[in-house]
Design a protein around this ligand. Structure first.
Ligand SMILES: [Mg+2]
Length: 285
């Protein structure tokens, strides 16, 4: 993995694709390309906070996203594990693509989608939620996030002595609610994600946006930024489309198949700022 800003001269040439072949002798104007910028939310755009409910988009980042979203040829989206309604209320920018619940529910300028198989898991998720509440009751500072199509159990503020028990109770709750085969358990950053066992992840969501929606005409450069294990499928997807995959965080603490990395949410804001001034800034230098 290479630090994205060290590779900026190359990245700039990739971003310049949008402006077509300026030396073309063709009398027709080149087809303008689309820059599809997709990002995870927590830990990527918004700093990680002790309680997930406190997470918010830094005002500067919101301002830059808003400006980019209104720019011709730019298509922006947030692909998150949060429930769609929660994600939309935290970002609150018109014209963006919003993919919640790891892409199981999406909304954008083309319309919306709820994964048909995931719909059938609503009752299972509700039942599992009840069992989790019962089993985790009494463990201090554990947070169960009910997201209708999935669940998250956050243990960032719990005592390390409770971590083993939390894991056992999750698997106990899965067994009790007969959801062992229908729900997948995936570890994240101080969180256990419980997701319907359907063939769908952030990578599938990106495939869907690129291939199944009428959003994009002509050439496209997809970019995906993420900070956690569930983002790896997104990196794989944009790599399949020769896009730019960007891991956000400490590369010494995580393994990622992304091609580039940024150090944190401040770096992400700087990257978005560079997109905003591109190519004007690069023309001057
Ligand atoms: Mg994240």
């Amino acid at each position: 993995m290479e630090y994205l800003f060290d590779a900026w001269p190359y990245i700039s040439t990739r971003l310049a694709f949008r402006h077509g072949n300026r030396t073309s002798r063709s009398s027709q104007l080149p087809t303008p390309g689309t820059l599809l910028v997709l990002s995870d939310f927590d830990g990527t755009l918004a700093p990680i906070v002790p309680v997930p409910d406190y997470a918010c988009l830094p005002p500067d980042t919101r301002d830059i996203l808003q400006q980019l979203a209104s720019r011709e040829g730019y298509l922006l989206g947030i692909v998150s594990g949060r429930a769609l309604a929660d994600l939309k209320s935290r970002v609150a920018i018109d014209g963006l693509i919003y993919a919640g619940n790891y892409g199981l529910e999406m909304e954008g300028p083309w319309g919306n989608l709820v994964h048909p198989e995931a719909q059938a898991f609503r009752h299972t998720v509700e039942t599992l939620h009840e069992h989790l509440k019962h089993r985790l009751n009494g463990i201090e500072h554990v947070v169960i996030e009910f997201k209708a199509l999935s669940l998250s159990v956050h243990y960032r503020l719990t005592s390390p002595a409770d971590h083993g028990r939390i894991k056992r109770e999750i698997f106990g709750a899965l067994k009790e609610s007969q959801a062992c085969k229908s729900m997948l358990v995936s570890p994240g950053k101080m969180v256990w994600e419980l997701i319907p066992a359907v063939r769908w992840d952030k990578g599938n969501a990106i495939d869907y946006l690129l291939c199944k929606t009428p959003l994009i005409h002509g050439p496209v450069l997809p970019i995906f930024l993420g900070d956690d294990k569930c983002d790896e499928a997104g990196f794989a997807a944009v790599r399949r489309y020769d896009g730019i995959s960007i891991f956000v965080g400490n590369i010494h603490e995580a393994q990622s198949m992304a091609c580039y990395y940024l150090n944190g949410t401040n770096d992400v804001a700087e990257f978005l700022r560079r997109l905003l001034v591109f190519p004007e800034k690069d023309r001057l230098t």
